[in-house]
Design a protein. Sequence first.
Length: 54
Amino acid sequence: MSADVRQIGILLGGLGTIIPDRKPEIARMGLKAVFAASLANLMSAALAGILVGL
């Protein structure tokens, strides 16, 4: 999953039609997922920077 805020809209649109009563929960978890994806991307970039520097 990419760290893109638009992913929350895609997630809400897809899952919101299936389970509309849980949209607030999906939105909350979507923000956490975007934050986690951003952190994972930054960690990958840091590791790549360390390996290139060797």
